[in-house]
Design a protein around this ligand. Structure first.
Ligand code: S3P
Length: 215
């Protein structure tokens, strides 16, 4: 265990910051109009955590999939079924590029969005990306509860999820920040995100990716 690991509780960051005592208005100001963009695999909590994070920071919360559904007047499952995945992906790129120009906000992206180089570049310009890194068992337990995800509607959802995670995690790792969480209450993840953001924005904003854990 390194010196800093002692301080990495759900509420304290590597510099010992406490989520409850941070000046959140100053944190939002330091974003300089950029949106906070949550990326990561299906079931990692982008929408549930994102809503609470937005509430904490006094920002709007936008779910990219919901906006895609609104623009298409169809559900994501219907878009996949009627038009196929490539059609969904190009719509996803367009909608996210548009949403990023309406920040600052907390933007939850679908699990495949960050795989697009064009989208990663848009996010790099107009946002600050955070990978919510969650382990396989936790995401499987969550996605089993809902059958709305077309990529998992097949005879081997576990195998599909393992492959998606293996293919995508190196790309999610390109996010500016990473917050590692297990199955802990969402508010604890929000605390950790706020502290991670503060560490990055107030102390060490540079090109180096930063990672913290909440377990
Ligand atoms: C997808 C994830 C979904 C949705 C679509 C494709 C993916 O979003 O965009 O079903 O490729 O991982 P969530 O990550 O919000 O479930």
């Amino acid at each position: 265990m390194t010196k800093n690991d002692n301080l990495r509780t759900p509420e304290k960051g590597s510099a010992g910051k406490n989520a409850k005592s941070l000046d959140l208005a100053e944190l939002v100001h330091a974003l300089g109009g950029r949106s906070i963009v949550l990326v990561g695999i299906m079931g990692c909590g982008k929408s549930t955590v994102g809503k609470r994070l937005a509430q904490r920071l006094g920002l709007d919360f936008i779910d990219a999939d919901t906006e895609i559904e609104r623009a298409a007047n169809m559900t994501v499952a219907e878009i996949f079924a009627e038009h196929g995945e490539p059609y969904f992906r190009s719509g996803e790129e367009r909608v996210i590029a548009r949403l990023l120009r309406e920040g600052p906000q907390v933007l939850a992206t679908g699990g495949g969005a960050f795989m697009s180089e064009a989208t990663r570049s848009e996010i790099g310009t107009h946002g600050l990306s955070i990978w919510l890194k969650v382990d396989f068992d936790t995401v499987m337990a969550r996605v089993r509860r809902r059958s709305t995800r077309p990529l998992l509607q097949n005879p081997d959802p576990e195998g599909t999820m393992r492959k998606l995670m293996a293919d995508r995690e190196p790309v999610y790792g390109k996010a500016a920040l990473t917050v590692v969480s297990k199955d802990v209450p969402h508010e604890a993840v929000v605390d950790q995100i706020v502290v991670t953001l503060a560490d990055y924005l107030f102390d060490s904003e540079d090109t180096t990716a930063s990672q913290t854990s909440v377990t």
